[in-house]
Every structure is written in structure tokens, then in C-alpha cells.
Design a protein around this ligand. Structure first.
Ligand code: ATP
Length: 534
């Protein structure tokens, strides 16, 4: 074969491999969706009425996993920090809050409709997806070169010297900075022009027949009050952060907090997302876990770096693969920020934002001072001065974190006897049920002993009793539900109070005394053993 032929074949093979990886990822995501339903993690909201778009309910196991993630976050942010306290502000707030924060005027997404398919899209997402495709080409080049050069391959060097890759990177940079500048200037005509110049088509139909780009406000509103005359328009909060800002001085004074200090909060937020896809990744009703850290002006950059690192370590402490995280530092900053970065996670549909770390300056407190006419300043006893603190925010979507954990944990494993098993390898600290207890048979006093073990363990852990089907089948059910331990009571138990305890991931079984169970389970599920890795 001549050189051109070889290059063509190589290209063809790589595009086949790429297409296969994409298909596998799509397949994996479909499995995540059906597994979440089958094992009682997530249901579509009001399913009997065919559901409500981008709204989901957490089922019996889902609610436990979600609570454990929330607790893991709360423990690390509030309980482990003497200078961070919690708050639970209301969802409904005085409407001026949202005027001051800029949400009434600027919490918009640029939308665009396709005239042929009548489908609606976020214009910025169409452009970002176009760039993600170019990034896919870069990844392909990297994979090719890494194969060619083997151990001698230096990725950093390749990225900065390979002509084609450098060209791709520059193209992405040019597109994103033009989009950022146009959105900043509200030049929506140019956003449309960019879509047309790049020949971006409707992902579903391929049509390039687009409407103009328009701004769309994402806040849900409703009426507060019973009578038409006295009622007032209020909003469902689109972020939890503002509840913290308006309470800043209350908390600081009553808690006698000294700067630097933080206020943390978890709770529901609502956004009327234009395109809500990808399951619980983008919902219209979701939950956030946010912490606002108040610092002395001028120190915000250091704290911003500190929280970027600390939050990344928190993620990594769960052992879901360090390679699955990366930072994405923002070029285009929100109106309130002087630095911003996302922690992106490798979801089944690629790297996407999981958490945002923002240096929010004094924008919010100053705006609330201006709109409320109340002073929101801090008196610093150390240098006898008053100032408006700067804020560094860490903001993570609880549902997105759920999706990250759940999708990363779901694996199909080939076993030695040529069978497969589905295992949900949830980090044990987050697993909804920590142990399942089985009597080997439904007779000979075995169920009574198993139930007694449940009675003893339930004070410390969520435990589950199962006596139906053969033990092998019961193991498989618990593997798929994500339970780290299975305990089996058999005839030997009656003689000497020992049971077998089986580990979900290794499938190894151990004979132990009943009195040892609590310690064995605790070792694996105690948050302390996980959080000390931070
Ligand atoms: P995106 O760019 O994905 O719309 P964002 O930058 O608007 O997100 P933030 O306002 O920074 O998000 O919110 C903080 C976190 O809240 C995000 O990192 C994400 O985890 C979560 N989040 C935001 N919007 C949604 C949503 N519609 N559904 C689920 N989680 C969300």
C-alpha cells in the first residue's frame, strides 16, 4: 500500500475507534438511566402522567445516596471548619434580592430556534459543542501519537508543538473568545453570525435554518399573597447564594465570626432551562451545595486558589479516578467575578461542569447595600477599619454530583466462570445500604439470628434483610444496588456465633464473629477514614 493509502487507513481506523468509544459511552449512559430506575434510585416526576420535562424524583435508594453525598459535603465544609457555619434560608425571598443580584436583568441564556425542526437550543451551547468536536479531533491526534511514540510520548510537548493540534487549539480559542465578547456586549447578531459562519446545523435534523438569537430569563416567578391587589410577584430562587448574602451580617454578628469565615447552605434552586437534557445533569428543579467565604479585600486570589485545591481534593477523596477531573478556568467572567473556574468531571457524555469556584468580589454585598439601604460591612478589630468583604464561592450541584458518582460506579464485570455481573461500586461511605443480612435458609432458627443482627446494626448503619431466593441471587441483587457488605447466617452461626461477610467489590468472603461486624463495616464506611485523605 502506498503512503497515502496507509494514512487513509490509519485515519479510517481511528475514526472507527472514536465512533466505537462514543457508541459505548452512549450505551453506558442508557444503562445508567435504566439502572437508576430499576434499582429504586431515580424516577421520572409524575410518571403516571407521562412525566414533567427535566424534573425527577429520588426513590428509596436515591434519597439515601443523595443524603449521604450532602452529609459528606456538609461534614467536610461545616463540621471540619471552625470558621464555617451553616444556614437554611427560604426559597422565596424578597423580590428586590433578585434585582440587586442582577438576576432580573441578566440571568438570561441566549436561545435560538431552528425554523425547520422547531427545536429550541442554547446558542452558546451549540457553539461550545462545535468546539468540543474540535477537541475530539485533538484527542484523536493525541491517541494516535501516543500509540506511535509509546513510552517516549510527551503529551504536553505534543500539544504545544504539533502543527495541526496547535491549529485546532487556536481555532477553539478564537471561537470561544469571539462568543464570549459578543455575549458580554449583548451582540446577539454576532452570535448568530458565528453560528452561520461555522455552519453549525441542528444536531437532530442537520438543518441550518436558524431564527435570530434572543435572550431568555431563566427565573420562575409566582404570586405571593391571596388577593389580586395585594399580591406581589416573587421568584423561586435560581441559586442559594443570595440567601447567604442577605444574612451575612446576621450570621457574622450573632456567631461573632471573624474574617475570614464562611457560610454554607444546601437547598433547592430552580431554573427554567431552555434545553434540559442529559437526565439529572440539567434539571429545572435541582439542589445546590454552596459555601460563600468572606475574606479581606486583596486576599481573594489566594483564597480562590485555596478553595480550588481543597474542593478538588474533596472530589478525589472519593476514589473515583483522579484522571476524571480537570479544571476549566473561565475566559469569560460573569458580571460579579474577578476569577472563576469549573471542576469538570468525565461524565458518560464527556467532561462537563460539576462544580464552580468563583471569586465574586464585593459585588453582591455592595449591591444589597445599595438596594436595601442597610450597611453590610465588617468591622475589623485588628486594623480598626470597616470594609465590605470579598467573597470566594464554591458551588456544586448535588444532583450532578449524584450523577457523577452513580455513572462512575456502574460497571459490568466479567467473572472467572465466564459470566458477568452488574455492580454499582459506590464509594462505601455514600452507599444507601451498608450491609444486607441473609439467613441461608428460611428455617432452623436462621432468620431469627439474622433479624437479631439487623436489630444490633441498625443503630449505626442502614441495613437490609433478605431471605428470598438462593444466596447467589441475593448477592447479585445487592451488588447491583451498591451495598458494600453481605452477611450470611448459616448453621455454623447457631453453633459458634460466626457469620460470613462478603465484600461487594472483591467478592471475598471471610468468617468472622458477630461481635466483629460493626467494626469491620465501620472501617469502610466511616466518613473520617475518607475525609482524612483531604
Ligand atoms: P451550566 O453552565 O452547566 O448551566 P452554571 O455555570 O450556570 O451551570 P452555576 O450557576 O455556577 O452553574 O451553579 C453551580 C452548580 O449548580 C453547577 O456547577 C452545577 O453543578 C449546578 N447546576 C446549575 N444548573 C443546574 C441545573 N439546571 N441542573 C442541575 N444542576 C445545576
Amino acid at each position: 500500500m502506498n503512503k497515502v493509502g496507509v494514512i487513509f487507513l490509519e485515519k479510517f481506523l481511528y475514526s472507527c475507534i472514536f465512533a466505537k468509544i462514543m457508541a459505548q459511552k452512549e450505551d453506558q449512559f442508557k444503562k445508567v438511566l435504566s439502572h437508576a430506575k430499576e434499582y429504586g434510585y431515580i424516577f421520572q416526576s409524575s410518571e403516571i402522567y407521562d412525566g414533567l420535562s427535566a424534573v425527577y424524583d429520588y426513590a428509596q435508594n436515591g434519597v439515601e445516596l443523595k443524603k449521604n453525598i450532602r452529609d459528606y459535603w456538609w461534614k467536610s465544609m461545616v463540621q471540619m471548619h471552625q470558621n464555617i457555619v451553616g444556614l437554611d434560608a427560604s426559597i422565596l425571598m424578597h423580590p428586590t434580592t433578585w434585582k440587586a443580584s442582577g438576576h432580573v436583568d441578566a440571568f438570561n441564556d441566549p436561545l435560538i430556534d431552528n425554523k425547520d425542526s422547531k427545536k429550541r437550543y442554547r446558542a452558546d451551547v451549540l457553539i461550545e459543542d462545535y468546539c468540543a468536536k474540535i477537541e475530539g479531533k485533538i484527542n484523536k491526534e493525541v491517541a494516535k501519537a501516543s500509540k506511535r511514540f509509546g513510552d517516549a510520548f510527551n503529551k504536553e510537548e505534543f500539544l504545544s508543538t504539533n502543527g495541526r493540534v496547535v491549529g485546532y487549539q487556536e481555532k477553539i480559542k478564537t471561537i470561544l473568545s469571539r462568543m464570549g465578547a459578543s455575549l458580554e456586549k449583548e451582540d446577539l447578531k454576532d452570535v448568530k453570525a458565528l453560528i452561520e459562519e461555522l455552519e453549525i446545523s441542528d444536531p437532530l435534523t442537520g438543518s441550518k435554518n436558524w431564527t435570530d438569537v434572543k435572550q431568555f430569563n431563566l427565573m420562575f416567578d409566582t404570586q405571593l399573597g391571596a388577593s389580586a391587589e395585594s399580591s406581589m410577584k416573587v421568584y423561586l430562587r435560581p441559586e442559594t447564594a443570595q440567601g447567604i448574602f442577605v444574612n451575612f451580617l446576621n450570621v457574622q454578628k450573632t456567631g461573632r465570626m471573624k474574617i475570614p469565615f464562611g457560610i454554607a447552605q444546601t437547598g433547592k434552586a430552580f431554573r427554567n432551562e431552555i434545553v434540559a437534557r442529559q437526565f439529572i445533569f440539567r434539571m429545572r428543579e435541582f439542589e445546590q451545595m454552596e459555601m460563600q467565604f468572606f475574606v479581606k479585600p486583596g486576599t481573594q486570589k489566594d483564597w480562590y486558589e485555596h478553595w480550588k485545591e481543597t474542593r478538588l481534593k474533596w472530589h478525589k477523596s472519593l476514589g473515583m479516578g483522579d484522571e476524571n477531573y480537570r479544571f476549566h478556568d473561565h475566559d469569560k467572567l460573569a458580571h460579579y467575578a474577578d476569577a472563576a473556574s469549573d471542576i469538570e468531571f468525565n461524565f458518560p457524555f464527556g467532561f462537563k461542569e460539576l462544580e464552580g469556584i468563583h471569586s465574586r468580589t464585593d459585588f453582591d454585598l455592595k449591591a444589597h447595600e445599595e438596594y436595601s439601604g442597610k450597611k453590610l460591612q465588617y468591622f475589623d478589630h485588628e486594623d480598626n477599619s470597616s470594609y465590605t468583604p470579598y467573597v470566594v464561592e464554591t458551588s456544586i450541584g448535588l444532583d450532578r454530583m449524584f450523577l457523577a458518582v452513580f455513572s462512575n460506579s456502574l460497571v459490568e464485570e466479567e467473572l472467572e466462570n465466564n459470566t458477568t455481573r452488574t455492580v454499582l461500586k459506590l464509594p462505601a461511605v455514600l452507599a444507601p445500604t451498608k450491609a444486607a443480612v441473609f439467613p441461608l435458609l428460611k428455617k432452623d432458627g436462621l432468620p431469627e439470628v439474622a433479624r437479631q443482627i439487623i436489630e444490633d446494626l441498625k443503630w449505626d448503619f442502614n441495613v437490609f434483610y433478605d431471605e428470598k431466593d438462593a444466596v447467589g441471587k441475593r448477592y447479585r441483587r445487592q451488588d447491583a444496588a451498591g451495598t458494600p457488605y453481605c452477611i450470611t447466617v448459616d448453621h455454623e452461626t447457631i453453633e459458634n456465633n460466626t457469620v460470613t461477610i462478603r465484600h461487594r467489590d472483591t467478592m471475598k468472603q471471610q468468617r468472622v464473629h458477630i461481635s466483629e461486624l460493626k467494626e469491620i463495616i465501620n472501617k469502610e464506611v466511616d466518613a473520617k477514614n475518607w475525609l482524612t485523605k483531604i
